[in-house]
Design a protein around this ligand. Structure first.
Ligand code: AMP
Ligand code: GLY
Length: 433
């Protein structure tokens, strides 16, 4: 990050996703200066941390103006849904990410489902409800399993995959009784889809989209995909189900018509479109969109990305993605999340983590911090998901071996991780043809 004619960039967020983005942006020859607000102890190795409250858009704009920031990259969904990109652009500051109107693809599940219906985008059959009684009638009419979803952002708690009618009815009551606040004031009830899940990421410039990569994550807290749901305990890329043919279908049947619909509604979609997919026997179906990079998926995507990420983010913002070329290494990448004991329930902050330098020496390994804080030369746990131990390898199995070798060099009695990240892909790699 030297030179005088490069760009000044501000990255917003503080998780493992933002550490991976900071690491990749800092490596760009186009980047002259990188700040991150509020960041974490790992991001501090790649960017200068700024103690800004990122929900205070005026404060973010004032910082950008005072420091001649050229480009803002927004990590998490909350500021996007709150319209930070609109506010920055209105103030004359370029920003990567969708506008508030375009971020409805994540902010309202009903909005996205209605687009799917209007444009024949494959997704689960559904209905939208604003009151409990008709929602319950629908559930009784369709039977279980069935899926009940709060319309708005609910920090990962808004989806109930109900295996019985009683479970679905209880979820409807919980949501309409205000259990999820405003997010549950409207509810979507949809068909239960069977298949293999995959995450797919496309960069979009309002008109054009280019495929970035696929990944699969492990949402459950414990080995064997058991235990409570979390923000994600590990991930790997690519997802073996996302063959070139499947990728082409997703681009054509799901991503392209979504971009067309958003443009037609006057809110063209710019940014990264993260499609949660179910690969069914009938082909790919959209489960949901996120309007930002995934966490921990981004950690493996950035490890696999060969191209400079910064021109790609800029081209998305500038509407210049047509014919843009983005290359990934053919290698696989895998990340193991180390979380504080107790996560996703109550956990303690402040336990000491050591051995990170020795861990980072393992071939192909990169460690991204999520909830950490540096105090007096020590790294302390400061959140639920704390570290992402990532590795590249020629296969998922090799990446996993390297990642766990690094995990075993980390001394953190206050933490835990799953020991089986990537099992599904590795089973495939080792299955006889
Ligand atoms: P999220 O919305 O990311 O909290 O996760 C919701 C999870 O619920 C998805 O990752 C799926 O595992 C599951 N899910 C959501 N919708 C459906 C559906 N229609 N059929 C089956 N599983 C679903
Ligand atoms: N790992 C899932 C997400 O970022 O929403």
């Amino acid at each position: 990050m030297t030179g005088t004619n490069g760009m000044k960039i501000l990255l917003l967020g503080s998780g493992g996703r933002e550490h991976a983005l900071a690491w990749k942006i800092a490596a760009s020859p186009l980047a002259d200066k990188l700040w991150c607000a509020p960041g974490n102890a790992g991001i501090a190795q790649d960017a200068e941390l700024v103690p800004l409250d990122i929900s205070d858009h005026a404060a973010v704009i004032a910082f950008c103006k005072a420091n001649a920031v050229d480009f803002v990259v927004v990590g998490p969904e909350a500021p996007l849904v709150a319209g930070i990109v609109d506010d920055l652009e209105t103030a004359g500051i370029k920003a990567f990410g969708p506008t508030k109107a375009a971020a409805r693809l994540e902010g309202s599940k009903g909005f996205t489902k209605d687009i799917c219906r209007a444009h024949n985008i494959p997704t689960a059959a559904y209905e939208r409800f604003t009151a409990a009684a008709p929602a319950k009638d629908y559930v009784r009419g369709h039977g279980a399993p069935i899926v009940v979803k709060a319309d708005g952002l609910a920090a990962g708690k808004g989806v109930v995959v109900a295996m019985t009618i009683d479970e679905a009815l209880a979820a409807i009551d919980m949501m309409f009784d205000g259990g999820l606040g405003d997010a549950g004031a409207q509810v979507v009830i949809e068909e239960f889809l069977e298949g293999e899940e995959a995450s797919f990421f496309a960069l979009c410039d309002g008109e054009n989209a280019i495929a970035l990569a696929s990944a699969q994550d492990h949402k459950r807290a414990y080995d064997g995909d058991t235990g409570p749901n979390t923000g994600g305990m590990g991930a790997y890329s690519p997802a073996p189900v996302m063959t070139p043919d499947m990728t082409a279908r997703v681009m054509k049947e799901i991503v392209a018509p979504t971009l067309g619909a958003m443009r037609a509604m006057g809110c063209p979609y710019k940014g990264v479109l993260f499609a949660g997919l179910m690969i069914t026997t009938d082909g790919p179906k959209l489960i949901e969109y996120n309007t930002r990079f995934g966490d921990p998926e981004t950690q493996v995507l950035m490890l696999r990305l060969m191209s400079d990420v910064l021109p790609a983010l800029l081209a998305a913002r500038d509407g210049m993605l047509k014919n843009f070329d983005l290359r990934c290494y053919p290698d696989a990448a895998l990340t193991v999340v180390m979380a504080a004991k107790g996560y996703p329930g109550a956990y303690e902050k402040g336990s000491v983590i050591s051995g990170l330098e020795a861990a980072a020496q393992v071939e192909g390994v990169e460690i991204f911090h999520a909830g950490t804080k540096a105090v007096g030369g020590k790294i302390l746990a400061n959140g639920g998901r704390v570290l992402n131990v990532c590795a590249r390898g020629r296969s998922v199995a090799e990446a996993r071996k390297r990642a766990y070798e690094a995990v075993d060099r980390i001394d953190w009695p206050g933490g835990f991780c799953r020991r089986d990240i990537g099992w599904r892909a590795i089973e495939r790699e080792t299955a006889p043809e």
